[in-house]
Design a protein around this ligand. Sequence first.
Ligand SMILES: C[S@@+](CC[C@H](N)C(=O)[O-])C[C@H]1O[C@@H](n2cnc3c(N)ncnc32)[C@H](O)[C@@H]1O
Length: 436
Amino acid sequence: MNVRALAAKILNQVVEQGQSLSNVLPPVQQDLSPKDKALLQVLCYGVLRTLPRLDFFCRSLMDKALKGKQRDLHFLILVGFYQLLYTRIPSHAAVGETVNGAKELKKQALKGMVNGVLRNFLREQESLVEKANKQPALVYCHPSWLVKRLQAAYGDELAAQIMHNNNQQAPMWLRVNALHHTRDQYQVLLNDAGLLSFSSEFNDNALRLEKPTDVYKLPGFTEGWVSVQDGAAQLAAHYLDAQAGDLVLDACSAPGGKTVHVLELQKNIKQMVAVDADAKRLLRVQENLDRLKLKASVIHGDASQPGSWWHGELFDRILCDAPCSATGVIRRHPDIRWLRRESDIAGLVSLQKNILHALWDKLKPGGILLYATCSILPDENDLQIQDFLESRQDASLIPLIVQDNLQNNIQNKGRQILPNEDAMDGFYYAKLQKSL
Ligand SMILES: C[S@@+](CC[C@H](N)C(=O)[O-])C[C@H]1O[C@@H](n2cnc3c(N)ncnc32)[C@H](O)[C@@H]1O
């Protein structure tokens, strides 16, 4: 199998057919050797991170764009450019393998054309790169609507930094299962397995690996000693701070990373109710619970319509990890920026609002609701929470942790983590309490 051709097919499915990379890539990787698996990942992620730049090179070198059935060849050419610019693969091998990919795509007759474009690129690379570097859109490699929104929210300089960070490779974070080991104990096990890791002073169960690894190389992965979860996502269970005897709702729970973390931290809660609107994703919640030998009541339901699934008892704690633009996790999912449309944002904000209000009615007086998104857009975060606080007299914003700085309260805002802040994903948290 030609890995370049596989990458071209996958990229075509993502960019032209709007499929998500995390759905399309893993099934193809299954049949590959570890080396090819890694190369395929590098090529797909890399091209998606630099797409407008590579498209620009292609436009500059070809008279006519490849369309329709020939579109996969367009992506094959981008895969070629990517290797020549950003990998250490020797150029003769990169060109040769990419040209051979045309045969695998059943476009044998166009091999010469692919070869010609790649060789022209090699000749004109320097001046093309120079031209690209003068165009902000080709430097940031983000869609213009998102550039504008980030600049409006954070100013030009910080927005540029955010976009730069979005183009970096995300580290692999682990969550040590507190029911089995302390973080320090598990770090020793990792060391013994030859895996170097770093701990974070803000995050009790979190370790960041020096280099990503196969999960099955992690000591005790199948036994549930450890899970893969970004450092920012791991803050949710700490912030929620479920107490013994609490009835807890995780309202948008799939695939269940935060559900199980809450249970790892507090094994004496009364019950965990894990709801999600997506039946297929909900299967992953059960898989996670099974691997970690934990229990929850897993329910397929719509968080904005609790009438259809709520069993009549108000909750002490509610985690609302709302559906969102996922603009905070672009470094992990480089396709998000191309799949998401600006027109999606208003719909998401309105869905989040409906969910928040519906869940609030199911919270006990004195109870706590933690609102979370993996977005960095204020509309889904601070502005959403401000709007909520204005419309609900019985809601107040409280510090995320007891020792938290008072700034959060004074400014009436939640915590916005930006991508790569302390090596974490972009995330937002706001903790709300219902008056007694
Ligand atoms: C950010 S993800 C949740 C991640 C999860 N909390 C975790 O840590 O593994 C958002 C989830 O909301 C779910 N969702 C979307 N609309 C929903 C709705 N109306 N009611 C309940 N869940 C919904 C999606 O299926 C998705 O699984």
